[in-house]
Design a protein around this ligand. Structure first.
Ligand code: 3SL
Ligand code: MG
Length: 236
């Protein structure tokens, strides 16, 4: 089995996707929020790339039991019900509801891998569970780090490394690309308290925006066994 980590910069070649189990990681904060929403009973989540499409979909489907969620620049999109804080996706807000979600990087990365054989949603919150599911599927694993506007984001690399570490606990043997090895090294350093992610680009931006608690929450490991999966454009 191969485990590769790839930074999302726009398009991913189809030949990287067709036979792989893809795990999308946007630990700060979209995939953490998605994991938390499903854990809190959201029925389905439709990821969309832009807010206009989310609003149009909401209008087409009607208002009942629908939640519009998302951010631009880290803050809730005007007119949307909730933002992109995992704390927004409470049972009260999402249980038994369809969530239509648009975020800057995370939902774009998810939409870009629709053609993969299997698409799982990964985060620190479900690190072990997502790795176990991916290993059980038995295909090569491609961990896509959503990154921040085309740039590699240390937060995603660290979470990807956490998932690589978890894969190593379930897979008999595997080979990894350099990005996966670097991610695993970053994760190991972070576990030892030697890597301070709060000074990195996106993490520090969230702190400046007042979302320090979100960032700390998103880096809690193994809080749930929920493994959201994208099938035909819908996460459940
Ligand atoms: O880029 C994204 O998809 C978001 O997760 C970014 S933010 O953490 O909500 O600013
Ligand atoms: Mg991010």
């Amino acid at each position: 089995m191969r485990v590769d980590v790839l930074n999302f910069t726009g398009k991913i070649p189809d030949n990287r996707l067709s036979d792989a189990t893809v795990i999308v990681v946007d630990v700060l904060r979209a995939t953490s929020s998605i994991v938390w929403a499903i854990r809190n009973g959201a029925e389905r989540i439709i990821p969309v790339t832009d807010p206009g499409t989310a609003v149009a979909m909401q209008l087409r489907l009607g208002n009942a039991e629908r939640v519009l969620a998302g951010e631009r620049g880290g803050v809730r999109i005007p007119g949307f019900d909730i933002g992109n804080s995992p704390m927004d996706f409470t049972e009260d807000a999402v249980k038994n509801k369809l969530v239509i979600m648009s975020t800057t990087n995370g939902t774009e990365a998810i939409c870009a891998v629709k053609s993969a054989k299997n698409v799982l949603i990964g985060s620190m919150l479900n690190r072990m569970a997502v790795a176990k599911r991916a290993v059980e599927i038995g295909r090569d694993i491609l961990i896509i780090c959503a990154g921040t506007e085309g740039q590699l984001s240390a937060d995603d690399m660290c979470a990807a490394g956490g998932i690589v570490d978890a894969v190593s606990q379930f897979a008999d043997e595997f080979s990894a690309n350099d990005a996966a090895l670097i991610a695993a090294l970053l994760y190991a350093g972070w576990k030892r308290g030697e890597a301070d992610l709060s000074v990195t680009m996106h993490y520090s931006r969230l702190i400046r925006l007042g979302f320090a608690r979100d960032a700390e929450f998103c880096f809690r490991e193994d809080q749930t066994d929920v493994v959201p999966q994208l099938v035909d454009g819908i996460i459940s």
